[in-house]
Write a protein that binds this ligand. Sequence first.
Ligand SMILES: C[N+](C)(C)CCCC(=O)O
Ligand SMILES: O=C(O)CCC(=O)C(=O)O
Ligand SMILES: [Fe+2]
Ligand SMILES: [Zn+2]
Length: 459
Amino acid sequence: MWTTTIARCTLPSMRKRSSVLACLALRAEGRPGWAVATAATSPSPSLHLTWRQLRGYGTQAPAPLPSTALGDSPGVRHVRALEQERQLEVEWEDSGHSLYPYTWLRDNCQCPLCTLQSAQARSLLLSQLDIHTGVDRVQVTDNNKVSIVWPDQHTSEFDPDWLRKRCFSPAARQALQEELFLNERMYWDSELRIPTASFEEVLHDDKAALAWLLALRRVGIVYLKGAPVEQGQVARLSQRIGYLRLTFYGHTWQVQDKSQANNVAYTSGKLSLHTDYPALHYPPGVQFLHCLSQAGEGGESEAVDGFHMADQLRREDPEAFRTLTSLRVDFTDTGSDYCDFMVQSKNHIIDVDSDGRVVRINYNNATRDSVLDLPLHQVQAFYSSLKAYVQLMTRPENMLTYKMEPGDLVTFDNWRLLHGRKSYLSHPDQVRHLEGAYLDWDEVMSRLRILCKSVHGES
Ligand SMILES: C[N+](C)(C)CCCC(=O)O
Ligand SMILES: O=C(O)CCC(=O)C(=O)O
Ligand SMILES: [Fe+2]
Ligand SMILES: [Zn+2]
């Protein structure tokens, strides 16, 4: 049924232990960066997106694959104590070199006195750490470990793979950070064919679950098909990860046309593109929506890649970008649901990190407060900037439109995507009904790392 799609790509020779990093080495053919094409044979005919195919969700500019992060680290040829710099120099068998500060090495001694093995946590106290320590002796042991004897005769032994992974070179650091956080995204527009998988397979097969979460991270949206048409499925799916995020709207929530609606989502009206819950200072990272019943007329879903749009705004209207990333906007949400609430927040509509990279979009026009905490002279500029961003998002070439059917369950990155819904006609004999739930990225990323490790073996 849903057996097509995906990015066509050439696979580099995959090394067993290379884990997620190998994704980045994939080069897409056709369109710059990536292309949509019919996927290669999948092991399971019901799965439109397999793990193998999903590894194709590389980024627009795949990063070079640093050998340091591949796990198959070369052995240690030689170690040398650089007394002046207070660094240990490791020469690898492939002739590469890595430098490690003495202080860092002493801080990270892996022995049972310094590390609680059962928790893989540091038991050494900072008060016990001499940040000016020297070394007494360094050597490579018979089983190719790096051994350090400290001035107080405490001994540390470091595994070469462990050290290599933690090399302080910019390339190695970047590679390891990407492996840990998978921050490289694949931007898309109206032409995206939404990555789709089978609900049941994701629940029962680790490879399918890994493929789902990798695409959720990289692409930001994954469609799951074939969920039972009854309530409780978003909760079931959240258990596949860990646990869901409780909010004032409940553990899970029912999107229906309700009288005395406590939220615009609970009407039959149009919802313009929004992220959910910018009224919170920490909005939910991931959203699930399961369609139990669809309207005959209207009710189509819309979605845009908010990061892509923000980058486009940065290029086309840098002043508007600067405004939306620097002014904090008030959001408000008052009512009663799980319990009564009076929520207030101040958020940038576009959040960037300290390197200027877009990390989160916070925008729901319905909950944007009438309280606008700006000096008079900035008000008009704020509105122009917001208009510019919203107009960019609503361009037909940027917006994705789809209509959910009963049994469809869409999962998306609520920090990145803006989603909306066309208005619909409420029919007493066919009430539109979606069930939703939120999760946070920390828990989703945790499951992603565990699945990566179990599917690829040791890491
Ligand atoms: C769907 N619902 C009601 C749980 C939240 C809607 C999003 C928002 O108010 O920002
Ligand atoms: O009704 C829909 O399709 C989407 C609902 C929504 O965006 C929400 O509940 O926040
Ligand atoms: Fe929403
Ligand atoms: Zn120790």
